[in-house]
Design a protein around this ligand. Structure first.
Ligand SMILES: [Zn+2]
Length: 424
């Protein structure tokens, strides 16, 4: 009997033995409230707040790369192709094999220069040196490599002075450009033989930007290596990207008007004082770009109406999982942004959005508990007209993500609230 009773007691004990574990599980669940995620919809507009004067979304100051968070201003990729213009007898420009090798090296040199930035010699002391955040990418069509060779006696040459001046002519572009609305077409032309022989004609590296195409000359004739011409190409593309010459009044407070007479720096006056290294001056270096110049380039690239924007690789349509952005401190985006991944405002982080924000298809903005999103008249959409998910606010116990409206925002390309969401 005793043995039977012991067994029964043991069984009973075994049953009770699991209770502390169960209690712990219940206790833990009670101590850690669940994470709740709800989609956020801005309240209907109301007129009780007068619109505050705000900076224009086209202002270059809204597009300065943040060196601590370069990913906040995604890298831009400008599509380019090349056209080597030659005479019908093929004697006036590169042969295809040599030309392809030369142009691929030139493109690499241009991108190396864009990846580099140094202090603009004529900027005020303390002016920051920012990354440029744009590059070129060769853009072939099906069946080609994006480098074209044309043999045309009436269109292979470039004349910048005199009676037969044709540098402003768009004829060669109209006839040979490939995808000119979406690719920056670069034409490699040559100075004509008789111009080169003239003592008054400048037959060196020259170029001209015409819309989203550019014509350059002097590269083949001078027989200099590609390393000597990245400045020329980057300067001309700079014009396409809305930049003026830096030696004139160009609207940038960090460039300084000057006579533009010094090709290189020298120890003697005036070039000990007046030499410059700005990409938008004429000099042997053309390597420096100021914050204002960089901001202007990004402002035009973000402008949905600009022709240049159509020449960018549209990296913002779909999500790139390596490009998610997490905001962990106080951040203000005064210019437009085309993000390439999810946007999360982490606990303790705050983000104020003032202009257009494009979110890739299928992505969302998440405001985590303790994170804060300020919407100051922002327009959030997908710039490729695809659907993104919208804004989601998370809460955990008393800690909530917050969305604060300073000026009524607009949400496009995301699903309308469901019946259940409307009732919340
Ligand atoms: Zn120029």
């Amino acid at each position: 009997m005793a043995a039977k009773s012991d067994i029964r007691t043991h069984k009973r004990w075994a049953k009770w033995h699991h209770w502390p574990a169960l209690f712990c599980v219940l206790l833990t669940a009670a101590c850690a409230p669940p994470l709740r995620t709800e989609r956020y919809f801005p309240p209907p507009p109301h007129d009780d707040k007068p619109p505050r004067p705000t900076r224009s979304c086209a202002d270059w100051r809204g597009y300065l790369p943040d060196t601590a968070h370069p990913e906040h201003l995604p890298m831009r990729h400008l599509r380019v192709n090349f056209h080597v213009m030659n005479s019908a007898d093929s004697s006036h420009n590169f042969q295809p094999d040599e030309g392809r090798a030369y142009l691929l090296r030139l493109l690499a040199c241009c991108n190396e220069a864009l990846d580099t930035n140094i202090r603009n010699w004529r900027s005020p002391q303390g002016t920051p040196v920012l990354p440029r955040r744009y590059r070129y990418v060769l853009s072939p069509q099906p069946g080609d490599d994006g480098i074209y060779f044309h043999y045309d006696d009436s269109l292979y040459y470039f004349i910048s002075q005199g009676a037969n001046q044709n540098n402003y002519s768009r004829k060669v572009i109209d006839k040979y450009a490939v995808g000119k609305d979406s690719i920056l077409n670069i034409f490699l032309m040559v100075h004509p033989d008789d111009s080169i022989k003239s003592s008054t004609y400048r037959a060196g590296g020259q170029g001209i930007a015409l819309g989203t195409a550019l014509k350059v000359a002097g590269i083949f004739e001078t027989k200099e290596p590609p390393e000597n011409f990245d400045g020329l190409v980057n300067h001309e593309v700079g014009h396409i990207l809305s930049l003026s010459h830096a030696w004139v009044e160009d609207g940038c407070p960090d460039t300084d008007p000057h006579p533009n007479k010094c090709w290189v720096w020298g120890p003697d006056p005036p070039c000990n004082e007046q030499a410059t290294n700005n990409m938008m001056d004429y000099n042997a270096y053309q390597i420096a770009l100021t914050p204002c110049q960089i901001g202007r380039v990004h402002a035009v690239m973000a402008n949905e109406k600009s022709a240049v924007r159509k020449c960018l690789l549209p990296t913002w349509c779909e999500r790139n999982p390596t490009r998610d952005v997490v905001i962990r401190d106080s951040t203000v985006w005064e210019g437009a942004r085309d993000l390439e991944g999810h946007l999360t405002i982490a606990p303790g982080g705050s983000l104020k959005i003032h202009c257009r924000l494009s979110m890739p298809a299928g992505t969302r903005i998440t405001v985590q508990p303790g994170g804060r999103l300020w919407l100051d008249g922002a327009r959030m959409h997908n710039a490729c007209n695809r659907e993104w998910e919208g804004i989601f606010v998370q809460s955990k116990g008393d800690l909530k993500g917050e969305v604060r409206i300073l000026k009524q925002p607009v949400l496009d390309n995301c699903p309308a609230p469901t019946f259940k969401e409307k009732r919340r």
